[in-house]
Design a protein around this ligand. Sequence first.
Ligand code: GDP
Ligand code: MG
Length: 217
Amino acid sequence: MSDSYEFLFKFLVIGSAGAGKSCILHQFIESKFKQDSNHTIGVEFGSKVVNVGGKAVKLQIWDTAGQERSLSLSLSLSLSLSLSLSLSLSLSLSLSLWETYNALTNWLTDARTLASPNIVIVLVGNKKDLEAEREVTFMEASRFAQENLMFLETSALTGENVEETFLKCARSILTKIESGELDPERMGSGIQYGDALRRMHRQEKLQPQASKPDCAC
Ligand code: GDP
Ligand code: MG
């Protein structure tokens, strides 16, 4: 797909170190497993244009270092990059590391405190391929997600559900834009118009003048 798009949505991937955040991002962008996964230093990002309900949407995904126990370091780094934290978060855990499940409450509390109420959050249970080493059951993670979070089990190794995770978030954001719940023009919305829509909006703003009906008086 070309790089022309209608919207740009910003995502932040958070969660404990070792959950597989960098591998998920790499699998999504490059469609392959990242073999030499080093610890992420600071914040890295990747972007990709996807088709969401017939609309070209550019997803800009920011990967954070997970060594810290809270979102505050990620947040300060994000802010120094003028990254809006208001749009979408992918909260990751490793299904084969119980402690990454235990840490979810802290991550979610931070996210809820720091982000806008409109934020779309998806809980990602990664390393689904390591079935024999599973420490977190589907039921446990689903219970954590309840009705408030979307939940998907993924494998950055096989690629299962990786694209679906980001598409699901993007669909949810698009629905919120269409229903008026999210206003792309609000400062810090985390949404930007692509070139095509920007041109259209500019024309709409010019049109009322240009198409004034002829006065009959
Ligand atoms: P991060 O700290 O959350 O960014 O985690 P990484 O992406 O660096 O991955 C941590 C480790 O888990 C690395 O050794 C990866 O090779 C491994 N890993 C990541 N995702 C998967 C997966 O889906 N399946 C398996 N089997 N290993 C994974
Ligand atoms: Mg990483």
